[in-house]
Design a protein around this ligand. Sequence first.
Ligand SMILES: Cc1ncc(COP(=O)(O)O)c(C=O)c1O
Length: 427
Amino acid sequence: MGTIGDPGPPPLGARHGQPGSTVTTVNPLTQLTLAELRTRTSVKWRQYAGDVLPLWVAEMDVPLAAPVAEALHDAVGRGDTGYAYGTAYAEALGDFAARRWGWSDLPVDRVTVVPDVMLGIVEVLRLLTGPGDAVVFCSPVYPPFYAFVSHADRRVVEVPLGADRRMDLSALDEAFRRARAGGRRAVFLLCNPHNPTGVVHRRDELDALADLAGRHGVRVVSDEIHAPLVLPGARFTPYLTVPGAEDAFALLSASKAWNLAGLKSALVVAGRHAVADLRRMPEEVGHGPSHLGVIAHTAAFRDGGDWLDRLLDGLDENRELLGTLLARYAPTIRHHRPEGTYLAWLDCTALGIASGPVGDEPGVVTDVAGPAALFLDRARVALSSGHVFGTGGAGFVRLNFATSPEILTEAVTRMGRAVTEHHGTAG
Ligand SMILES: Cc1ncc(COP(=O)(O)O)c(C=O)c1O
């Protein structure tokens, strides 16, 4: 990896490794040129003008993992494009979870395929709560948590993360007590690893959470979509492996780690004591997932481990590179190395830019205000604006570093120039 002061990274158009290579020793983040990426029609590449480097929404700048591409080509070649069926996806996740996380107790009869993680969360909320009941989560957090929970007629209860960016258990204790007042049902929606901070909750924290939720009778729903993306130095603990979590639910998917958001499908896993709840899930929910999505996600969990390891190596390098670049070009931006995900949560409060919400409520992912507006206007770099992540997000931006080192370098260099100009004009 090039560091600042070295001859520097190759130009943005350069390509490393073999074009279209299926060899799994290459870093997937260095396979596509900027020109190739700009031909993409997904939201990441089309939301902003052609001179903007898009480091916002959680899509990765990688080609498909070869086993996933082969499974899709094979299905298309055979015209196997009907409705999804069977337990292959659940089995593939079960094997992956046992290998990677030592989670050996994941039988297929406790797993249901859903269209995607957010719709799966909504269906689980419908099983566990009624209209007006509280759904508690820690902010700042993935913005659609706000929108989906309120559109499902549940009440959003934010509990800000502590100053150490970890769950504040005494604040949760109080929030759970209030949420359950009058005997109302309540859910805690856990995000592990946490988007946008990249915090991976430790086993001791999850033990304490399970104990607290059990004492209050709050059901936990754990969004583990980023679980395969835990980076060196941290360890992922599946919530359902924690004592006291037997009545909880977890949502998993290959979507983030293998860049399959456009191939819709995800899995709901019920804890041992939540099976009766899962059985109440309406049959039509299972009509939503895409058969090609199920095929792709199954191949990813079953055969995509080598590719994932190369990706994690590349993300780890980019995480390091980002720290170096920020220290050099934009030292007034503070950040902590994320433990998981490919998202960096950058504290830009020292820039002193007011970050008034441009919408009425958090959750509108395309809203741009405060520091994100500065970087879009002056640096032509698109980041996610912190204020849409809820309380604690104003003055921050979220940067997606699942891109090539060259694009990352160019983006942070431009951001640094914008910060310098801003400090100059701000006096
Ligand atoms: C924490 C979290 N949950 C859910 C999603 C969306 O998942 P899906 O597209 O499967 O609904 C994302 C996407 O980035 C996410 O970060």
